[in-house]
Design a protein around this ligand. Structure first.
Ligand SMILES: *Cc1c(COP(=O)(O)O)cnc(C)c1O
Length: 506
């Protein structure tokens, strides 16, 4: 099995159906500006050549825009490119990367890619915003990065300048605080963080900006980082050669033209007006929408998937991108026509997550307590009887297998599963009996982390998945989790607990 199979994958917003609307990726609803197109056309004569690796001209332009020296600016393939570079440059095995959750999809992906430990801290349950107090409490001297999406994607909240100030004051100076300002141009809150002031005040703060959102260049992949020259240098060392393509560099440069900046501000203003109207009218329809600060509106606790409109549905709620006024009308009409379903995904997941926590504790205690003698009782429908280490080998082996199968089921596979005679299963149990419980426990904890991530990512549609097992018939997700994952861990924890106490469990 390749290492990649244990990495979480980035999940993009859904595509539009023909004739439908795509409001699932926070894209700008306007066409490119004519003179930006002209700059792209002009740059295209150089397509046979590699672009300027460090995007010097663009960086100089950005630096001037912000009144900074060029050594304070790094370019990247979108701000996600820079996020990946930051994780690779600053965090590795043994280090931690902290962020609120739910937040931007890419954060856990890049944390895992760097081999670092993720510290994800639940959002404030009342405001759905980042809980900076709770986050500060979880930061340790092993925390290399804190990733703050501000506004937070998907919930649209900003942190106040005061809360940010208190937060940075509490984290160690060795922790780099990344203020991800992908939606900077849409922020209207009076108490929002001023990124320039934050940069000037704190040596361990850097700011991410992008041309993807308000400037409408998502497809060209240009983002930038503002920060101390050491931070800039650290990301430059992890920049994929020529990652910022020439068309992107030219287009972004054209976007910083005073005329283009003024035009962008008008367009961002139109999006903000649409956002406020969408939020207000959704509130009038009785939905608990708070104060959105990006180019999207967060509707907590419900799935909004109207016919023909692609939105981004999470287990905790729905994110709707603000489009043109006509598109906002279409969303409102669809919601009024009944395109709403309350989501009970978080509640369903929570019950299972609580059981998982409990069985994790039991297994950790068992592994700690040393090996026990005897053989397990034969299982009801078979004659397998195992000693301590064989049970552990099985417990360590089945998690990754059933997680892969669960992914198949969630992708709509008609059938799944194996039987007790499966040669790989038999071989793993035989091989693993020579290893200690502590080694198996490590594999178990890894698999359990994957179970948690999978469960937390299931929306209502996912919870309706079902598939056929060769001997047990059609099973829904609850049955799957009972038989193969969480209930399965519980069953074997009980089996291990019974060993050595009843004279061998026979
Ligand atoms: C959209 C988004 C980005 C940006 O992506 P690009 O790679 O610049 O296109 C970064 N952070 C957050 C929080 C976002 O929502």
């Amino acid at each position: 099995m390749s290492r990649a199979t244990t990495l979480p994958a980035y999940v993009p917003g859904r595509a539009a159906v023909p004739g439908g609307l795509k409001l699932s990726s926070n894209e700008l609803p306007f066409p490119p500006l004519p003179h930006v197109l002209a700059a792209i056309r002009e740059a295209s004569v150089d397509l046979p050549r590699y672009p300027d690796h460090r995007a010097t001209v663009l960086r100089e332009r950005i630096a001037a825009e912000h009144g900074l020296d060029t050594s304070w600016v790094a370019g990247g393939a979108g701000s996600v490119g820079l996020l990946q570079q930051l994780c690779l440059a600053h965090a590795g095995p043994g280090d931690e990367v902290a962020f609120g959750w739910r937040s931007f999809e890419a954060y856990p992906v890049f944390t895992a890619l760097a081999g670092a430990q993720e510290i994800s801290v639940p959002l404030d349950a009342r405001t759905h915003g980042l809980d900076l107090e709770a986050l500060a409490a979880r930061v340790t001297d092993r925390t290399r990065l804190v990733l703050l999406a501000d506004p937070n994607n998907p919930t649209g909240t900003t942190v106040s300048a005061e809360a940010f100030h208190r937060f940075v004051g509490r984290v160690p100076p060795t922790t780099l605080v990344v203020l991800d300002r992908a939606y900077h141009e849409f922020v209207t809150a009076a108490d929002a963080v001023d990124p320039a002031a934050a940069l000037a005040e704190w040596p361990n703060v850097c700011v991410l900006r992008t041309f993807s959102k308000a400037h409408g260049l998502a497809s060209l992949r240009v983002g930038y980082l503002l920060g101390r020259p050491e931070v800039v240098d650290s990301v430059d060392r992890t920049l994929l050669p020529f990652a910022v393509n020439a068309l992107g560099q030219a287009a972004a440069h054209a976007c910083l033209d005073p005329v283009a900046v003024a035009e962008m501000a008008l367009r961002a203003g139109a999006v903000v007006a649409g956002r406020q109207r969408l939020a207000r009218e959704l509130r009038q329809l009785g939905l608990p929408v708070s104060d959105p600060q990006g180019n999207f509106v967060w509707v907590p606790g419900v799935a909004v998937e109207p016919e023909g409109i692609a939105t981004r549905v999470f287990p905790e709620g729905t994110r709707i991108t603000v489009g043109t006024p006509a598109e906002v009308d279409r969303v409102l009409a669809a919601v009024e026509a009944g395109g709403l379903a309350r989501t009970d995904a978080p509640t369903r997941a929570q019950g299972w997550l609580d059981r998982l926590d409990a069985v994790e504790c039991r297994l950790a205690e068992l592994a700690d307590g040393g090996s026990r003698p005897g053989l397990t009782a034969p299982d009801p429908d078979g004659e397998e009887r195992w000693e301590w280490a064989q049970v552990w080998a099985h417990v360590a082996e089945f998690g990754p297998y059933w997680l892969d199968e669960l992914e198949l089921v969630l992708r709509g596979a008609p059938g799944f599963g194996r039987t007790k005679k499966d040669p790989h299963r038999v071989a793993m149990i035989e091989e693993g009996r020579g290893l200690g419980a502590a080694i198996h426990l490590r594999a178990v904890l890894e698999a359990m982390a994957r179970v948690r991530r999978t469960l937390a990512g299931l929306d209502d549609t996912a919870w309706r998945a079902a598939s056929r097992h060769p001997t047990l018939g059609v099973m829904d997700l609850d049955a799957f989790l009972t038989h193969f994952l969480i209930g399965h861990y519980e069953e074997h924890a009980a089996q291990l607990e019974s060993l050595g106490q009843t004279g061998g469990g026979a």
